[in-house]
Ligand binder design. Structure first.
Ligand code: ZN
Ligand code: ZN
Length: 200
């Protein structure tokens, strides 16, 4: 399974950065998770990364915030066959395709779903902003087995000890305590931005 960061607050050379998050998950199907805040930048980055929008099967929106839904309209203009799933689509954990589950909508005020991607190395949790609390998302995800990695926005997350035992820690987007996470888990930390590829 391959995860490509398409959109982030920071970007590799040749790509556009913008406040928001989006990644492509490629396994049995091709799944776009979130769409960043700008359709123009999203499509630009896809082109640069040789990702053809028309080949994407499904779009999962983590939560209804502009920095995750902003590129959806532009994307659907190019591909109106892709199935789109919002948090309310999954009130409880659901398998989206073989090896990829949604945690189901978590949180009280902001309903947000995260993904659990199962591949060779184990389960990797992918978050949009993690508004329900990364520690709660981790707890829910453990129902699917041991967690190998956590990737995405860790908004407001400060209970860094909850990451103990996780082998791949890749925060981006709205994470406040990246530096602290890097200091506490130097071997597990992986800096990612638009253009980064994670093979699981
Ligand atoms: Zn958000
Ligand atoms: Zn966000």
């Amino acid at each position: 399974m391959k995860v490509t960061i398409v959109y982030d607050n920071e970007a590799n050379p040749g790509l556009k950065s913008g406040w928001g998050f989006s990644c492509l998950i490629e396994g049995k199907e091709r799944l776009l998770f979130d769409t960043g805040d700008s359709g123009k930048k999203l499509i630009y980055n896809m082109k640069q990364l040789n990702i053809v929008p028309e080949t994407i099967d499904k779009v999962i929106i983590s939560h209804n915030h502009w920095d995750h839904t902003g590129g959806l309209k532009e994307f659907l203009r190019l591909n109106n066959n892709a199935k789109v799933f919002y948090p309310k689509s999954f009130s409880k954990p659901t398998e989206i395709f073989t090896g990829v589950h949604s945690t189901g909508a978590l949180g009280t005020f902001i309903k947000e779903q995260s993904l659990i991607v199962n591949a060779g190395k184990g389960n990797v949790v992918i978050t949009g902003c993690a508004h329900p609390g990364l520690e709660n998302i981790i707890e829910k995800s453990r129902e699917f087995g041991e967690i190998y990695g956590v990737v995405g926005g860790f908004h407001g997350f400060s209970k860094l000890e909850e990451l103990k035992g996780i082998k791949l820690i890749a925060p981006c987007h709205c994470t406040e305590y990246s530096q602290e996470i890097r200091t506490m888990y130097p071997g597990e930390f992986r800096g990612i931005k638009a253009g980064s590829i994670i093979e699981i």
